[in-house]
Design a protein around this ligand. Sequence first.
Ligand code: DI6
Ligand code: FE
Length: 407
Amino acid sequence: MTRQAMTRQLWTHARLATLAGDQPWGWVEDGALVTEGEHLLWVGPAAELPAAYQQSVAQTYDLGGAVVTPGLIDCHTHLVYGGHRAHEFELRLQGASYEEIARAGGGIRSSLKATREASEDELYRVSARRAQALLDEGVTTLEIKSGYGLTPEAEAKMLRVARRLAGLGVDVRSTYLGAHALPPEFEGRADDYIGAVCEWMPVLQREGLVDAVDVFCEGIGFSLAQTRQVFEAARRFGLPVKLHAEQLSDLGGTALACEFGALSCDHLEYLSAAGIDAMARSGCVAVLLPGAYYFLRETKLPPVQALRDAGVPIAIATDHNPGTSPVLSLLLMLNMACTLFRLTPEEALRGVTQHAARALGLSDRGQLRAGQRADFCVWDIAHPNELAYYVGRNPLRQVVRGGLMRN
Ligand code: DI6
Ligand code: FE
């Protein structure tokens, strides 16, 4: 056993937003946490801390009444890519739509060239800078998609870089999004390309590069039939699925994704009542992406109240990508989720912890309770609602990931 695995640590005078139990925020006013190795051994009111734990810890940290939350989880990013698309931002400010730019050969395809041309090391260097900005705000688990390579070699390069980013001290979950856009060499042959995407899947999986499979199901992306083909391949290879669904129109992708037990459907501005019903019945998580909504100046709001009424868990993520959401602050997404989508601050915090974990199929994190990973953030705030309140302030004091202080 490693030294760290044997170490039992006590964290006292903590005001805990555990997000567990039935109290608002899962609140514990004067709480304590005991960690052992990478996991939480005990969480609760300090007054109830078992004596056996008090006598057996190797290290005690007094948090001085600071607010403690679970580590933050960004469950939807396209963080690995070459170049940037600021010029398209200017075109859109001059009136061009995202779809017009994409149909004219810009959009994802313009990131394709820069990503294919970048070496793995160069791609790692530029991606690590972006990832660090998220880690500096307390992100302890990060989802990263492929989808700017669109050849087997370039998709593998992206997913290897995603895996390498774990070295920054974050847990990375990688998602194969080969069905992100039609590459130029398959122009006019979308069905052939989808066949190729399915052929590459087991190769990437055998290299240990794939935790889930995603598709951009949209008019400028792929059809329901093509999405189904990718999902059938994922099912054959035992890979969970998620879907970019109902972002710019309602193709009914959400209902299809739920047929395949999708972990999450993401974007959802154009989600229908039938889609909501399918999500409620299948336990699928709704991942809302306020950064893309804001950056595209979208006006169609996702149906938040209907999702609430149906009991569909709502997660929030940055959707960091060079075209529709060049956002590198998950804390800002908390504020936008409340300001733009009318979530409550507590819903928003659950959206980047408890529900974000579920959107990644992870049951070992996202709340502060015994048995969960010892991933937590210590904040210089008086109440957890401040995390959604401030714009541009990062009140993070300390982040602990896997029981180790990371900053
Ligand atoms: N939806 C999005 O908003 C991003 N991908 C997707 O499927 C956009 C990606 C890009 O424009 O680079
Ligand atoms: Fe996305």
